[in-house]
Write a protein that binds this ligand. Sequence first.
Ligand code: ADP
Ligand code: MG
Length: 784
Amino acid sequence: MDEKPSGAIGMSTPLKRVLGVRAAKQLEDKLSLATVGELLRYYPRKYDRRGKLTDIAGLKVGEKVTVWASVRSVKDRQLGPGRKVRNITNVVISDGKRDLTCTFFNRWNLGKMLPVGTDAMFSGTVSSFNNQLQITSPQVAVVSVAGADRLSPAAAKGTSASESVDDRPGETRAKDAIDVLESFAGGLIPVYPLSEGITGTLLQRCVRTVLDVLEVVEDPLPEVLLASRGLVDLDTALHDVHRPTDETALDAALARLRYDEALSIQLVLARRKAQMRHFPAEPCPAVPDGLLAEFDRELPFTLTAGQREVGEAIAHDLATIHPMNRLLQGEVGSGKTVVALRAMLQVIDAGRQAVMLAPTEVLAAQHARSLRSVLGPLGNGGELGSRPGAVKITLLTGSMNTSARREALLDIASGQAGIVVGTHALLSEGVFFAGLGLIVIDEQHRFGVEQRNALRNKHPEGNPPHVLVMTATPIPRTVAMTVYGDLDTSVLSELPKGRSPISTTVVPAGERPAWVDRAWMRVHEEVAKGHQVYVVCPKIGDQLDEPARAKVKKSASLEDLNYAPDDFEFDEPEEQSDSKRPPLAVVEVAEQLAQGPLKGLRMGILHGRLPPVEKDAVMSAFSAGQIDVLIATTVIEVGVDVPNATMMIIMDAERFGLSQLHQLRGRVGRGTGPGVCLLVTESPPGSNGRVRLAAVEATNDGFELAEADLAIRREGDVLGTSQAGRSSGLRQLSLLRDREVIEQARADATQFVGDDPLMSGYPGLAAMVASVIDEESQEFLEKG
Ligand code: ADP
Ligand code: MG
């Protein structure tokens, strides 16, 4: 989209050359629009659909109409101060055959704006008053003003007839009026996202001026592609999105622009992927007589078909000379850890190290413990009497004391540690690996995008390591393709055999207080059967809460998906409650339960603000069955694996997000006893909270829930980087509705990029990416 010679107007022409300095400066200052292309990519937010041009004689009550008529009289009536309506203006208009009254409220300057004899378009809904047809508060666009041409403005939008004061000469105004007229005839009036000091009329006028002088815009997409995808060309799309002649043209324009957005994102991702393919990696082929083989022989259970299949894909990736970049999605309890462990063993067999990053200390410690126990004698490397070749598993977390930390760092740097498990502490300075072959990131949604890269850099010499990202938060397919588009994806959909289903029930505390009592009785029953119970609350307790921390945005943005609290749970509830009372807190609920309904049971408390040693002690005691009821925050949301826990009661459940609830209940039903999850809420029936809880109650399918979540949330800017005043991300594309478009664009992008990240065969495409997604968002995607 290069600037055309000899004064021709193209996409890169500065607006001031077309619109003059004054209007251009306004657009630049208020909306950061500096070039023709930027203005044309500033799409209308919606379209006002006006009625057809109609004779007064043909009007019917209730119809939306536009009539072209002359003003015959203007009468003001003052109703005096102190009322809402203080002034009524009746404007009688005529189309030459009949009269019609238009009524306006609190409009003081209509006599001046619409002197008798003025021709204008009046749009609105026909109503009847005292048996007479009339239009109340119509929108008015003046076509030609009677008498003087002092009058402003030429085109006036409804209630804001005085919104813009145009100081240009009368002739130009007449042209404007005709233009407005023209767009009225199309029936679709563009409504732009505005910012202070910019009027809709100004934007409409500027866009029209630009479109009138614009050279035909070159299309970066080949015609064959347009034809095969049924898309209109870019020039047509840009004209029609701003000045649609009818709905069909508008739909076609929007479809094309949506595709452009989807394609731009996919191009960024495909280029990144192609670049990655050019990096070398250390191949780690499986060996016949290594640790992995031995581990497989001694595995106490058989792998599910899914685990085997994903395992093969990973084994293959690890053996190649380019870095693996794979996302493993698997339902809660689907057994991702053993898949990761097998990958780690293959890498260790090749003489390299593996690291596993977990979002919380609780989870990191648990991983280290369970890896040691599942590896048995294969995992006690470095200990006295360990068998030769056994792996040393080293834990590194932020709360370790200096000497323990120093020892761990030494293990890692010397290569003694085969498997390193840790939290964000692994990302801090001073952590270096001797030969890092594989990074496993557990529960990716808890980590920021930066962190994947930070870990890669912990291995400064030699080739970049392979990466396996795991998540149990099901990512809707469209989001996965958009946000994690540069990763290969595997899904573990099948749960290991012998899992019992979780039954979920909403307990409406407001309408059925007796159910709550019953719930506490159920706790006693579970405990009597030798099982354990979680009670989850949204908050820790007043003194311990820091409201500023861990605030979660409510849009489904990229940031959310990569949302990275530090080593703590979400204290700030993700969803608003209908209830005005503060959310229930662990500390208080524990006290009330201990003295009331759960008296006599062995209870423990777990939340992120406990000292790490205490956290560990509580978790171990719970795992060992020494605690019957664990009252906790969402700190237990991810990864915690205590098969004997069969029941979970979530208090103020409406305050949690859908995916979070799904994660939480995944903590029960991990053993052979059937799992029960009770969602206690005071939200009234029919409220938003209850709708969401009903969704959780209705399905155990995480993917279905993730889609529902996306649908219920207000859909935000997917790229999550919008700047004030101007939306930087996706304007037309919806992750909710446009799955097909995203899939098509993904396939096309892969083709365009092929093996050439520079896309030298398609010079216009890079420019298109730049004009559709801003730099910030591109960087975001590129960093992956
Ligand atoms: P998640 O995918 O949620 O991380 P885990 O990896 O924690 O799940 O696995 C949950 C439990 O299932 C663990 O106790 C694990 O040992 C067990 N498990 C994993 N795979 C199998 C299998 N194929 N058969 C039986 N149990 C399995
Ligand atoms: Mg897990």
